[in-house]
Design a protein around this ligand. Structure first.
Ligand code: NAP
Length: 285
């Protein structure tokens, strides 16, 4: 039977550390600010933005919300990003994805100053992650690493399988596991023998976007199973990529959805924003 990795509890610990450090900076006259930009009225994006603002309040950051209409042009959004790049009160800029189709997401990501890119999506930060010399970690994969650390399982030398190769989750996830000396395999939609590869994983990370994708035959006895997926099932209930109930007895450790990776992503965003403020004030240890 698996031990549940409690993402809510681990994220609360991370946020508490951030809150304490933010408080110390405040006493030195340094206030920390995160700008959150949302374009359009995607209900899921609205929930994420509200959660990020709530987390800012919890850790003592100022949050500045910019809610723009669905028909916003790329030029208008670029103008706002430039304004935020030059705003001394703003340490981190987060533009909630996805953006409406008239806006090129890459153009926006590339316009955010790397030192304010708390999502770590800018090519400069992606390059730093590749080399292993980074200030900002991509929030979701960084959150996953914290959850794995919580199990006490050492990544070094382990067979790690990541299902999914997106720029925001799969690829950086694989890179972070590699930096910890895991033997990493990345699977995707063209992978052959996917179930067999997964079934050899000591650490299995699912970032597919398909409810119930990971079934018990894909899980090695005692494996650490991390579910990044956030899907809605036929009843509209939030669920992950892993068939949680079916895999529970076989896994050694497993993350629930909700209450697993999701809260960690936001906690790591808070940590990145704190890091951005430290970099700006030359107090990074
Ligand atoms: P994405 O860009 O759609 O990528 C999905 C990946 O899964 C792709 O690499 C795709 O392969 C692969 N895939 C799809 N079908 C597959 C199949 N049948 N077999 C093997 N691989 C398959 O999604 P994403 O942005 O990485 O997000 C993945 C999931 O994580 C989503 O549910 C998303 O909502 C969730 N998410 C959660 C958080 C969080 O905070 N918890 C944060 C970000 C994302 P190809 O590249 O070959 O198409």
């Amino acid at each position: 039977m698996a031990q549940i990795i409690d993402g809510k509890a681990v994220s609360a610990k991370v946020k508490e550390q951030v809150r304490i450090e933010a408080e110390i900076l405040k006493q030195k006259g340094i206030e920390i600010g995160l700008a959150v930009v949302i374009v359009g009225d995607n209900p899921a994006s609205r929930v994420y933005v509200n959660n990020k603002k709530k987390a800012c309040a919890e850790v003592g950051f100022n949050s500045y919300e910019y809610a723009l209409p669905e028909e916003t042009t790329e030029a208008e959004l670029l103008e706002l990003v430039e304004k935020l790049n030059n705003d001394g009160k703003v340490n981190g800029i987060l533009v909630q994805l996805p953006l409406p189709k008239q806006i090129n997401e890459n153009a926006i990501i590339n316009a955010i100053r790397p030192e304010k890119d708390v999502d770590a999506f800018h090519p400069e930060n992606v390059g730093h992650i590749m080399i292993g010399d980074f200030s900002f970690l991509p929030c979701t994969p960084a959150g996953v690493m914290e959850l794995i650390a919580e199990t006490g399982v050492d990544v070094c030398g382990k067979n790690c399988v990541v299902i999914g190769r997106s720029n925001i989750v799969g690829k950086p996830m694989a890179m972070l596991l590699l930096h910890k000396n895991g033997t990493v395999t990345i699977c995707h939609s063209r992978t052959k023998n996917l179930a067999e590869i997964c079934s050899q994983a000591d650490i299995l990370v699912a970032a597919v976007g398909k409810a119930g994708f990971v079934t018990p035959d894909m899980v090695k006895e005692g494996a650490v199973v991390i579910d990044v997926g956030m899907n809605r099932n036929s009843e509209g209930k939030l669920c992950g990529d892993v068939d949680y109930a079916a895999c529970f007895d076989k896994a050694g450790y497993i993350t629930p959805v909700p209450g697993g990776v999701g809260p960690m992503t936001i906690a790591m965003l808070m940590r990145n924003t704190l890091t951005a403020a430290k970099i700006k004030n030359n107090i990074l240890e």
